[in-house]
Design a protein around this ligand. Structure first.
Ligand code: GYE
Length: 321
């Protein structure tokens, strides 16, 4: 019998030993960074190891494409949807379609902004605010003890309308402002420029900033991801500014390439953003299938740390992204 989409019998039976017949639709937002590629791999391999069938689609940083991908999962009647929202807004309608079809949605990495939070089961990802706090803390510790100084920060921000960009900014500002009250050092964000989390874009905007003659007054570069930082380092090669010395650099993700740069002294602090979401996603899906939606917390954080120039580099665990 040929059973096209929409046929109820194509839906796998959820019994304890039938994980092979469970189908998970996984919609990834893009391929813009090594971090993102590792995030994709981590989720796919953990789910496949568990015996789940994974339908994988990549939206290549196009929200309409991602919406179509999710719709195709709904038509296929998958058992669960895992997805990284490219941006925060614009998901309400497709999530309602998933809810009507009775398909649970596991949001990973970035957050969605929806009025009705029952439209997704859980969010599994990093604490972006804590990452921003850690970056801010490094900067305020670095300049502690200096008095009556003003430290100018250039913030290189990620893609607009995304939670990592908003929360990293918020966390960073919160920490440097709190410190302001305790010390005589004023740390201020002089400018914030957008690089969309993309290396080439990071390079372009920093090049422009240099050409405009604004870089000379900057003491700290706070970059929302390593790819943009690599772009910024390339742009700085054309100047006589020595990165890591004349310009203190704090970056987020901890890709292998950036840990190598930390060891070379080209950057000062690398805040880890953990892409290894796979195990957390697998556990949440297993738990949901065994015990139902009530057994799943609304927010599941992955653990993360921070690496800086003053640490023993041999303590840095090997990176696989
Ligand atoms: O920091 C960046 C990626 O959403 C947390 O997106 C993620 C960010 C990550 O491209 O490298």
């Amino acid at each position: 019998m040929i059973c096209l989409s929409g046929c109820a019998s194509s839906k796998p039976v959820e019994s304890e030993n039938a994980t092979q017949s469970i189908v998970i639709g996984f919609s990834q937002s893009g391929t813009e960074s090594s971090w993102r590629k590792r995030h994709t791999e981590s989720i796919r391999t953990e789910l496949e190891k568990e015996g789940y069938e994974v339908l994988y689609r990549n939206g290549y940083m196009n929200q309409d494409r991602q919406i179509q991908d999710i719709r195709s999962f709904i038509v296929y009647q998958v058992d669960a949807i895992v997805f990284t929202p490219l941006q925060e807004d614009g998901w309400e309608a497709i999530l309602e379609e998933a809810a009507q079809a009775g398909i649970p949605v596991f949001v990973v990495d970035r957050h969605v902004s929806v009025n009705d939070s029952s439209l997704f089961l859980t969010h599994i990802g990093p604490s972006f605010k804590a990452e921003g706090n850690r970056a801010g803390l490094y900067v305020s510790n670095y300049f502690r003890g200096q008095s009556n100084t003003t430290i100018n920060v250039l913030e290189l921000t990620g893609l607009d309308n995304t939670s990592p960009t908003q929360l990293r900014s918020e966390g960073f500002r919160e920490t440097i402002q709190r410190d302001l009250a305790q010390n005589n050092v004023t740390i201020q964000v002089q400018d914030a420029i957008g690089g969309d989390f993309i290396r080439r874009k990071g390079k372009e905007v920093i090049e422009t900033y240099i050409k405009e003659g604004k870089m000379a007054s900057i003491d700290v570069l706070f970059s929302h991801n390593d790819e943009m930082t690599i772009g910024a380092l390339e742009a700085l090669e054309e100047t006589d500014i020595v990165p890591g010395k004349d310009l203190i650099i704090v970056t987020i993700d901890a890709q292998k390439e950036m840990i190598d740069n930390l060891k070379k002294g080209l950057v000062n602090c690398v805040v880890e953003c953990n892409p290894e979401a796979g195990v957390f996603v697998k556990n949440a899906i297993n738990r949901y299938l065994k015990r139902g939606a009530d057994a799943i917390p609304k927010e599941i954080y992955v653990h993360e740390t921070v690496f800086s120039s003053d640490m023993d580099f041999s303590q840095i665990p090997p990176r696989n992204y």
